[in-house]
Design a protein around this ligand. Structure first.
Ligand code: FBP
Length: 340
């Protein structure tokens, strides 16, 4: 396969859309550079004073890790001065981050989870950066408001993630399929390694934290139970795989086929609507999985059709191979109908 860099890939696809101005390529270049800087720090985390906690607690009520904070600072700094954004939102920041007066601005809005799976950082488990890109709604001199950001996922113009694992990969979509690029450390470039990724229609893997079984409603239990003995058909065995790092679990299922679930549960009031964030986790991964032929729901409703009400709202997430997600929907609808 000819060695195509991600920027060449972007420029090639940019030609296909007459409206293209190069501003999107500029934005993604800043995301890519930020990813390379974060990757450097992640790779040598055990050698430099960057493991462990900062002592702060973030808007999610989570203890902030030093690498989380580092990744967030790199992204905010690089993206704010990119000249193509009017606002940013981070999982680590309670409020919208506006572009300073003295910086050139644009119409794009980016929402990101600087380091997903951060609870796994110190144990050298794959983690990732997730991003979602919209165009602002308001026009002209009007100030950018939350209304510009709280758009349905279906209005995303692009989404992607960078996974820092055995190799570092960028996976993104602009609505023209899903493409994966692997970072070649010897040239410092993300090179096309997984063109036009398609997720198998039915998987062989289910990923869910079964440690929360006792906090699930009956419909959720029935759905998860299904993957342990699908249609009593011993030939169809699903393997259980749960890394506890959303990007890593999602990426594996995207390539191999499978389903990831983070249902609502009663273990913690904060998780009564699931743990994962709609804007910076569910929406971008939902756009990617749909572009790869898969599906993403909150158990019943399409994630990309959900109207966000808050920047950090949580949502139950069922995502992956289409036939597996539809299977879960059957149980959730039956549960909703019977009030189980
Ligand atoms: P953050 O690290 O970005 O807060 O992400 C949340 C997360 O770590 C996901 O990556 C993962 O899927 C989930 O939480 C694991 O949660 P749990 O430990 O409850 O299974």
């Amino acid at each position: 396969m000819p060695q195509i860099t991600v920027i060449e890939h972007l420029l090639y696809h940019q030609k296909e859309s007459p409206m293209a101005t190069g501003r999107f390529t500029r934005l993604l270049s800043e995301m890519i550079l930020s990813g390379k800087i974060i990757n450097q720090e992640v790779n040598k985390a055990g050698l430099v004073e960057i493991l462990g906690l900062t002592g702060e607690t973030n808007i999610q009520g989570e203890k902030v890790r030093k690498l989380d904070e580092f990744a967030n600072q790199v992204l905010v700094h690089r993206l704010q001065q990119a000249g193509v954004l009017c606002a940013l939102a981070s999982e680590e920041n309670a409020d919208l981050i506006l572009v300073p007066e003295d910086c050139p601005r644009g119409d794009y809005i980016i929402i990101f989870d600087p380091l997903d799976g951060s609870s796994n950082i110190d144990a050298n488990v794959s983690i990732g950066t997730i991003f979602s890109i919209f165009r602002r709604i308001s026009t002209g001199e009007e100030p950018v408001t939350l209304n510009d950001v709280l758009q349905k996922g279906a209005r995303q113009v692009a989404a992607g993630y960078i996974i820092y694992g055995s190799s570092t990969m960028l996976v993104y979509t602009t609505g023209n399929g899903v493409h994966g690029f692997t970072l070649d450390p010897s040239v410092g470039e993300f090179l096309l390694s997984h063109p036009d990724i398609k997720i198998p229609e039915r998987g062989k893997i289910y990923s869910v934290n079964e440690g929360y079984w006792h906090y699930w409603d009956q419909a959720t239990r029935n759905a998860v139970d299904y993957f342990k003995n699908p249609d009593n058909d011993s030939k169809r065995v699903y393997r259980s795989r749960y890394i506890g790092s959303l990007v890593a679990d999602f990426h594996r299922n995207l390539l191999y086929g499978g389903i990831f679930l983070y249902p609502a549960d009663t273990k913690d009031p904060a998780c009564s609507h699931g743990k994962l964030r709609l804007m910076c986790e569910a929406n971008p991964l939902a756009m990617i999985v749909e572009q790869a032929g898969g599906m993403a729901t909150d158990g019943i409703n399409r994630i990309l059709d959900l109207q966000p009400k808050e920047l950090h709202e949580r949502v139950p997430l069922v995502i992956g191979s289409k036939l597996d997600v539809l299977q879960v929907e059957k149980f959730m609808r039956a549960g909703a109908a019977s009030g189980a």
